[in-house]
Design a protein around this ligand. Structure first.
Ligand SMILES: [Zn+2]
Length: 132
């Protein structure tokens, strides 16, 4: 017969003291082991569901995120500096201001603009002139 060890332990599920015969035993008996197993499975399912929900929230939001990220982006700025005509959004990105600020400046005639159909374009030199 193999050496039987007697190891006083506490059940991982019900917390009851019991004598384990193996160091790896975690539960007082089969009922606790299977209950704990089911519980773990349920928790895994819940956390998987939670992650699923989170990714749904993130994927539902990109419209909002891209709207807020349209402002200063290092990669874009070098291109914007080379353009002769800019849109309101581009000017906002270039100056690190919000498009509302730019629109306010346009309304108060501090920033001259041209209309290209329904689009508002701002000449690059008009921005430079702000600093003159
Ligand atoms: Zn137990």
């Amino acid at each position: 017969m193999s050496s039987t060890i007697k190891l006083p332990k506490f059940c991982n599920h019900c917390g009851k003291a019991f004598i384990a015969q193996k160091t790896t035993t975690q539960f007082c008996g089969h009922p606790c082991a299977s209950r704990a197993y089911k519980q773990r499975k349920r928790e895994e399912k819940v956390s998987a569901e939670f992650k699923n929900q989170q990714s749904k929230i993130v994927s539902a939001a990109p419209a909002v995120i891209s709207e807020t990220l349209q402002a200063p982006q290092a990669g874009n700025q070098t291109n914007l500096r080379d353009k002769e005509f800019l849109s309101i959004v581009e000017v906002a990105a270039l100056l690190g201001a919000s498009r509302w600020t730019i629109q306010r400046m346009i309304k108060s005639k501090r920033l001259p603009v041209a209309k290209l159909g329904s689009r508002t374009i701002i000449k690059r030199t008009a921005i430079d002139n702000l600093f003159n």
